[in-house]
Every structure is written in C-alpha cells, then in structure tokens.
Design a protein around this ligand. Structure first.
Ligand SMILES: [Fe+2]
Ligand SMILES: [Fe+2]
Length: 150
C-alpha cells in the first residue's frame, strides 16, 4: 500500500541522482546548467509539497515539533545554497566548490529525514493518514514542478 514515506523517497532518489550528476559534470559543460535547473526545480517542488503534507501535519503534535522545525530550517539552508550556485553561473572557478556544498547539504538532509524525521512521523500519523497524505503530496509535487519552473 502506498504511503507518504514511499512517495517522499521517490523524489529523494531523483535529488540524489541529480546531485551526483551536478558534482561530476565540468562547469563549462553545456549540460551543467540543465542539471542545475532540474535539481533546483525538484528541490523546490519537493520541499513545498513535503512541508505541506508531512511537516505541517506533524507540527501539530508535540512529538513532531522539533523534527519539523529542524527540517524546515534545513530546507531554508538548501535554498540559500541553491541561490549561491545560481549567482555563480558562468564562474567556473567557484562553481565546483558550491556544487559540492549543495550536494553535501542535500545528502545530509535526505539522510536525516529518512533515518530520523520519517521515523518520528511514522509514530504520529495513522495508517489512513499516511495513505491520504501520499496522494495529496503526489498531486502537489506534480503541480509544484510546473509552478517553480523558471
Ligand atoms: Fe526535506
Ligand atoms: Fe524530503
């Protein structure tokens, strides 16, 4: 049966793959900006849908307060890394270091969600909620991928 955590992990895998590609590609390769654009869209769309259909839900429970705050703060840090990299477009000397920094932040965040925040959330949400939230999250993710696209 589908649940919110399975649904969230699908985008996590897309993010991990795009991060790996971003770190490996030479900054003067024409595909570097395409990979960055795809990653930026996926990060923004996923964070929005995840904030709405996971963290806003568990924020209502005392047990979920700390995890949801922590996760939202990391989303904000990732946004800042994305902005730094966006500003460094065309600057081939600083780009690899900033790409590595973004990839590191993203990997750290996804690991923490999968190992900690999802476990906490699993105790708060009912089986029914996990299924309903998966559907709502998937719909919003699809929509947000078009909303956040430049
Ligand atoms: Fe997240
Ligand atoms: Fe996530």
């Amino acid at each position: 049966m589908d649940n919110i955590f399975e649904a969230l992990r699908e985008s996590h895998e897309i993010q991990r793959k795009l991060c790996r590609q971003l770190v490996r590609i030479k900054p003067d390769d024409s595909r570097a900006l395409e990979i960055f654009r795809d990653l930026r869209i996926e990060l923004a769309a996923h964070a929005a849908a995840e904030e709405r259909f996971l963290y806003a839900q568990i924020l209502l429970d005392d047990m979920g307060l700390k995890s949801s705050r922590h996760a939202l703060a990391e989303h904000h840090e990732i946004d800042e890394c994305v902005e730094e990299l966006a500003k460094a477009r065309g600057q081939h000397e600083v780009w690899p270091e900033l790409a590595k920094k973004l990839s590191h932040e993203v990997h750290h965040h996804l690991r923490e969600e999968e190992r900690k925040f999802f476990q906490v959330s699993g105790k708060i949400l009912s089986e029914k909620q996990k299924k309903v939230l998966a559907n709502k999250y998937r719909k919003d993710l699809q929509r947000m991928r078009t909303v956040v696209a430049p």
